[in-house]
Design a protein around this ligand. Structure first.
Ligand code: GLC
Length: 613
């Protein structure tokens, strides 16, 4: 196909050699490569004028997503507003939340009861009926763009639903389609894989293979048995999935969240995680995006320790993902909530702060998934804290079992064999708001609201993009109705996937209500973060000693401003024994003027002390 468009040609020229090199390295297939290039041109020409304009503008301003005005929110379309049209009608509310990026949780076609919250996609080109149509998505994306909102969606590329067209044809025995998955007619190879591959859902979906009696084969299913792993050794799989990516990008998506990306390449005798070929694929995806739709950025979902996460940024010359989740900081934050001790969190902040400023992390307190206790146990061991007993303590505390605990969470994938378990619950419930409200304990409620706000203040101070979990902005508590729903009751992540409560949200207008205090408290922080330059990505960030193990001290500084941020992770009043340079600081949150020396800080209190010049 003659690819005559000069913009396309320019972008293609920039990447062609490398793209071809990597493609050949994996697939040694020139025909499939030229098909890929033809299709890229097709998707490029199929892109709307307004998206092309967006591409052009963002090519010139490629750091657009690194600014401190970015604020995200993730939400379930049905929980939030019924369907896509409903979300479009609620954009005013999102604007009031000062959000300029919304992550629409999975909305593609899936099978009820076997959907893993939408992460088992049956058709990448069709929207789940109840949520609307592709036209609705395009219309929502247009409306978002008009209001300055970016749209994020999940691109679930590791697997398809067993009801996907390919899976159905594979199950019917069509070799061409079987080769798009991992099929084995006896258990020798599956058993060999099981020796080195860990389990994602050891309790709710044990093992990495599923036996299909009707065709006498095993199929690889790393996640749920109805999620069949795609075989990226087959270039047809790679090409088709890239076409799906571009198809969705052309609907107006700005941020592609690459779901479960570390898992996409499998090799026998390995853990099947983070293999080098995964990086080749992500790098190719990045280039394909930069050629066809450069306004679209990649958010990698790598829920692993920092050493494993960082390589997904790629290198300066060969970047991969634009953004990655700051998952260890999130989990370590909840560790500090449960222990009242910030030492591990300080160590984690030191690691993150030492990374190149070009890395953009997505910071969050809660998301749709559980909290996994991927902490730095080598560090904790120096205090005699062992992994198994510590996880038990964290889970006991955050499920409210531990004496004196204020939290209400539930366990997730609790494995009696290993003693391991993860945790679910909303921010408000984990902070004690739910329990205090039930017990009508005003003092406890006061503390819980302070803790909730302090945690958000901490999230906002970190470098990167803060993303709110819908409902958290009005202190929404756990939803226990999933216990009665057979399609959901085995998956405790539904505890924090409840319907958005609009009645409750309405109370944000009532002065002094929990909703108003949280909503207004966050609003102050959101506005400051967008306006004050020290929150920018170019600031230096480091931790300081406060000489109190429950008070975290962080500094952000640029040429003009210095911010001393203090966070008390205990319920008791404390003093931060800091001694920062002379002069008056202003607490941005309260307006109070003070020195940054020997600062008294109330239980679950926070200060953002700013000095200019
Ligand atoms: C990701 C999602 C999670 C899902 C899994 C399988 O980790 O965040 O919700 O269960 O992928 O697709």
């Amino acid at each position: 196909m003659a690819k005559t468009d000069s913009t396309f040609q320019r972008r293609m020229q920039k990447h062609l050699d490398e793209l071809k090199w990597l493609y050949m390295e994996l697939y040694q297939n020139t025909d499939m490569f030229s098909e890929l290039c033809d299709k890229m041109y097709e998707y490029y020409t199929g892109r709307s004028q307004s998206l092309k304009k967006r591409d052009g503008a963002r090519e010139k301003n490629s750091a657009w997503y690194k600014k401190n005005d970015m604020l995200g929110m993730m939400l379930y379309i049905d929980n939030f507003a019924g369907n896509l049209k409903g979300v479009e009608k609620k954009l005013d509310y999102l604007e009031q939340c000062h959000v300029n990026y919304i992550h629409l949780m999975p909305f593609l076609d899936t099978i009820e009861g076997r959907s893993d919250g939408g992460y088992a996609v049956a058709d990448f080109r069709r929207i789940k009926k109840e949520l609307g149509s592709m036209e609705d998505l395009e219309s929502l994306a247009d409306a978002c763009h008009e209001k300055g909102l970016n749209v994020c969606m999940d691109f679930v590329m590791n697997h398809t639903s067993e009801e996907h067209e390919w899976a159905k044809r594979a199950r019917a025995g069509e070799g061409e389609y079987m080769s798009r998955y991992f099929f084995f007619d006896n258990d020798a190879i599956p058993a060999a894989y099981e020796r080195t591959v860990p389990q994602v859902f050891p309790v709710t979906a044990p093992g990495n293979f599923t036996w299909l009696p009707e065709i006498g084969h095993y199929v690889m299913t790393t996640f749920y048995p109805y999620q069949w792993d795609l075989n990226y050794k087959n270039p047809r799989v790679f090409n088709e999935m890239m076409y799906n990516f571009l198809f969705l990008a052309n609907k107006g998506i700005d941020i592609m969240r690459i779901d479960a990306v570390p898992y996409i390449w499998k090799e026998l005798n390995t853990s099947c995680r983070n293999l080098p070929q995964v990086h080749t694929i992500v790098r190719m995806m990045r280039m394909i995006g930069e050629i066809v739709c450069p306004s679209v950025i990649l958010l990698g979902e790598v829920v692993m320790e920092p050493e494993k996460v960082v390589p997904y940024f790629g290198t300066v010359e060969k970047p991969e993902c634009h953004m990655l989740y700051n998952v260890t900081t999130m989990a370590t934050t909840w560790n500090s909530v449960a222990t009242g001790d910030i030492r591990l969190l300080k160590q984690q902040m030191d690691i993150v702060s030492s990374l190149p400023k070009a890395y953009v992390f997505l910071n969050y307190l809660r998301c749709h998934d559980d909290i996994g206790w991927g902490l730095d146990y080598r560090y904790l061991m120096q205090f005699g804290i062992g992994e198994v007993s510590h996880k038990k303590y964290l889970n006991d505390f955050l499920t409210g079992q531990y004496p004196g605990s204020f939290a209400k969470g539930e366990l997730y994938n609790s494995d009696p064999a290993s003693g391991d378990a993860r945790l679910c619950g909303t921010t408000a419930s984990l902070c004690g708001i739910e329990k205090a409200q039930e017990e009508e304990d005003k003092e406890a409620l006061e503390k819980a609201v302070c803790l909730d706000l302090m945690l958000h203040a901490y999230m906002f101070v970190q470098s990167g993009i803060p993303v709110l979990y819908s409902g958290d902005e009005v202190g929404q508590v756990n939803d226990y109705t999933y216990h009665e729903n057979p399609a959901k009751q085995d998956d405790s992540r539904y505890l924090h996937r409840g319907n958005f409560n609009w009645e409750l949200a309405g109370k944000r207008a009532e002065k002094g209500s929990v909703q108003e205090r949280i909503f207004a408290g966050l609003e102050i922080m959101e506005k400051i973060r967008k306006k004050v330059s020290v929150f920018g990505a170019d600031s230096d960030v480091w931790t300081i000693d406060t000489w109190d193990d429950s008070v975290l001290g962080l500094i952000r500084a640029n040429k003009k401003e210095k911010l001393v941020a203090l966070f008390n992770f205990s319920g008791q009043d404390k003093t931060a024994w800091i001694n920062e340079d002379d002069g008056e600081y202003t607490d941005l949150l309260s307006g109070r003027k003070m020195q940054a020396k020997g600062v008294d800080i109330p239980g679950y209190g926070v200060y953002w002390l700013l000095k200019r010049g």
